[in-house]
Write a protein that binds this ligand. Structure first.
Ligand code: GRF
Length: 186
């Protein structure tokens, strides 16, 4: 049985949620930051902090073949929990099965509203009075697993997708570490 406190964070880009997860770790330790983009900004940050990293280009690779490489990196670091944080690649059913109940994601909407992309623009054009973010368990269905926590905030007059995104992102940085600290203890 893997120690759930040993966490891998999977990113594709800037990795601001990953940084928040590292900086607010209390009951878990980030033992690996992995990316499907070897040039991801977040990897350089993690490396500079002395956190083990793994980067492999996913483009052009069959889905499961790539996922098996990520899985091997997680095995090498005895990872028990995976936190997806801006990981912009659909995972294979095989990988999801390996990590069933042990893989989380942060999504910038109040799930079950607006799975997928362009969440803030969709909330604004629907005339919603609030927006927010959710942390959920990853299943085969995109952004559809059990929701572990949400952070909700009012949508203000004059909000644009960008202004809403900025406020929600700040809320993500507080929500994700809080939920992950709780999750590894449950
Ligand atoms: C965040 O908005 C997150 O909710 C979504 O992708 C974005 C990643 O941003 N899944 P960052 O790489 O964590 O800065």
């Amino acid at each position: 049985m893997r120690d759930p406190r040993r966490v891998a964070v999977l990113i594709s880009g800037r990795g601001s949620n990953m940084r928040a997860l590292v900086e607010q770790a209390r009951d878990y330790e980030v033992v690996l930051v992995a990316s499907n983009k070897p040039s991801a900004e977040g990897l350089a940050w993690a490396r500079a902090r002395g956190i083990p990293t793994w980067g492999g280009e996913s483009k052009g690779q069959p889905r499961e073949a790539f996922d098996r490489q990520v899985n091997a990196a997680c095995d090498d670091h005895r990872v028990g929990t995976i936190a997806l944080a801006g990981f912009m690649r659909i995972l294979s059913p095989w990988f999801v099965e390996q990590w069933r109940g042990r893989m989380l994601n942060i999504h910038p909407s109040l799930l079950p509203k607006y799975p997928g992309l362009d969440t803030h623009a969709r909330a604004l054009s629907a005339g919603d009075s609030s927006g927010g973010c959710s942390v959920h368990i990853v299943t085969e269905e995109l952004d559809a697993g059990e929701v572990l926590g949400r952070s909700e905030m009012p949508i203000l007059t004059g909000d644009t997708p960008q202004s809403l995104e900025e406020r929600v992102l700040a809320a993500e940085h507080a929500l994700y570490p809080r939920i992950l600290n709780e999750f590894v203890n449950r």
